[in-house]
Design a protein around this ligand. Structure first.
Ligand SMILES: *Cc1c(COP(=O)(O)O)cnc(C)c1O
Length: 379
C-alpha cells in the first residue's frame, strides 16, 4: 500500500556505517571552502560585497568565448566524449605535447585520486612534502595508503640536497612522490636540478603544476616524453579561471596510457566542462592578459603586505602570498575577524608549523584595497 513503511530492520542486521572499509573510519574530514551563497548567508553580506581571497580563484573569470560556448551548449542530452578529443587536441597544440600522452579529468583533483586508485594497494606508501596541498595526503588516506612525510626545509625547499627524499624512498619504498611547483601554500618553485634528482629514484613522481602559469619558468610537461616515472598535472581552475567547471589534465608516460584509459570512468569530464575549456583556449591572449594582471598585482600586494606591521609575507611565484603573523596572533583569529568584520575571506592553517600563517589569494586592485584597509584596521 502506498505510504506504508517497510518493516524495521531485524536486530541482527549491522549498522550501515559498519559496511565501510575500516580505514575510512579514521579519515580526517577534508574542509573545503564555502561557496558564495553559503558565505553570504553566514556573514550577512551580499555576495558582491565579499572579497573572496581564500581559494586562489581567479576574480577575472574566463574569456568571453567560454561563457558564450556554455550558453549555447548544443547536446546536453548526449553523453560527453569519453576521450575529450577536442580538448586534448587543443591542449596538445597549446603545450606542444602529443595528445596520446594527455588525459583530462574533472579537475586535477580527480586525476590525483584516479592515479592513486590505479597504483596503490592498501598499505602502499606515498611520499608527501608538507606543508603542501592537502589533497595528496587526503586522497592517499581515502585509498588506504600510508603517507610518509618528508617535511620541507627553511624557505619551504624540498630536501633533495640533504637526501631526505632519497632516504625516505629507500627506507619506505613508496610508489609515488608528490611535488608541487609552485608550491601551495607558499608559492616557491622546485628547481630543474632538484626535480631531475628525484626522477633518478625508483618511484613515480607526480609533479603538480596547478599554478605554473604565474611563474616565469616553463612547464615540465615536455619532460614526460622522455621519462618513465614523471606525471605532470595542470588545471583550468586557476589561471584560466574555470574552477567551477572542473577541468584538469595531465601528461603521463606513454607506457601508462593504455591502462589509464581502461580504468578511467568513461564520462568523467562533462560536456559543459569540455566545451567551455575548448572555447577558453580560443582566446589565449585573454588568459595571458589576466595572468599578467595578477602577476603585477602580486608584486604590488607583496610590498603592501610588507608594510603591514604584523605580517611577514613570503615571496611567491603564484597567485597567492603566504604571510606569517609576527604579533603572536593565530592565523585563525585574523581570518575570523577579517571575515566577520570586513567581509574579506583569507585562508588560515591549523597544522603545527603554519598556525601563525595565512594565505592570501591575489585578486583585483580593488580587492587588494579592501584587504589592506581591513588588515590595517586590525593592527
Ligand atoms: C587548486 C589546486 C589543484 C586542483 O585543481 P582542480 O583542477 O581545481 O582540481 C591541484 N593542485 C594544487 C596544488 C592546487 O592548489
Amino acid at each position: 500500500m502506498a505510504g506504508q513503511r517497510p518493516a524495521a530492520p531485524k536486530a541482527n542486521v549491522p549498522s550501515g556505517s559498519s559496511f565501510f572499509r575500516p580505514h575510512l573510519h579514521k579519515l580526517a574530514p577534508y574542509k573545503p571552502i564555502e561557496p558564495f551563497d553559503v558565505l553570504s548567508a553566514r556573514l550577512g553580506r551580499p555576495a558582491h560585497d565579499i572579497v573572496k581571497l581564500d581559494a586562489n580563484e581567479n576574480p577575472y573569470g574566463p574569456p568571453p568565448e567560454a561563457r558564450q560556448a556554455l550558453a549555447q551548449l548544443e547536446y546536453p542530452n548526449i553523453y560527453p566524449d569519453p576521450e575529450s578529443r577536442e580538448l586534448r587536441a587543443g591542449l596538445a597544440k597549446w603545450h606542444g605535447v602529443p595528445e596520446e600522452l594527455l588525459l583530462a579529468g574533472s579537475g586535477a583533483d580527480e586525476l590525483l585520486d584516479f592515479l592513486m586508485r590505479c597504483t596503490l594497494e592498501p598499505g602502499d606508501r606515498i611520499v608527501d612534502c608538507p606543508p603542501t596541498f592537502g589533497m595528496y595526503a587526503y586522497d592517499a588516506e581515502v585509498n588506504g595508503a600510508t603517507v610518509v612525510q618528508v617535511p620541507r626545509l627553511e624557505g619551504f625547499r624540498i630536501d633533495v640536497q640533504g637526501k631526505r627524499i632519497k632516504r625516505a624512498v629507500e627506507e619506505h619504498q613508496p610508489k609515488l612522490v608528490f611535488l608541487t611547483s609552485p608550491n601551495n601554500p607558499d608559492g616557491s618553485l622546485i628547481s630543474d636540478e632538484d626535480l631531475a634528482q628525484v626522477l633518478e629514484l625508483p618511484v613515480l613522481v607526480v609533479f603538480d603544476e596547478a599554478y605554473i602559469e604565474f611563474s616565469d619558468v616553463p612547464s615540465k610537461m615536455s619532460w614526460v616524453m622522455e621519462r618513465e616515472n614523471l606525471i605532470v598535472l595542470r588545471t583550468f581552475s586557476k589561471c584560466a579561471a574555470l574552477a567551477g567547471m572542473r577541468v584538469g589534465y595531465g601528461a603521463f608516460p606513454k607506457s601508462m596510457m593504455e591502462i589509464l584509459w581502461r580504468a578511467k570512468q568513461p564520462y568523467n569530464v562533462t560536456t559543459a566542462s569540455q566545451v567551455v575549456a575548448v572555447a577558453a583556449m580560443q582566446n589565449l591572449e585573454y588568459i595571458q592578459d589576466v595572468r599578467d594582471k595578477l602577476v603585477a598585482e602580486r608584486e604590488r600586494l607583496f610590498k603592501e603586505l610588507q608594510g603591514v606591521a604584523y605580517l611577514d609575507p613570503y615571496p611567491s611565484h603564484s597567485n597567492f602570498i603566504l604571510c606569517r603573523l609576527t604579533d603572536g596572533r593565530s592565523g585563525a583569529e585574523l581570518r575570523d575577524r577579517l571575515a566577520a568584520e570586513h567581509g574579506v575571506m583569507i585562508r588560515h592553517y591549523s597544522s603545527p608549523g603554519l598556525n601563525d600563517c595565512v594565505r592570501i589569494s591575489v585578486g583585483t586592485p580593488q580587492q587588494s584595497r579592501r584587504l589592506c584597509e581591513a588588515l590595517q584596521a586590525l593592527a
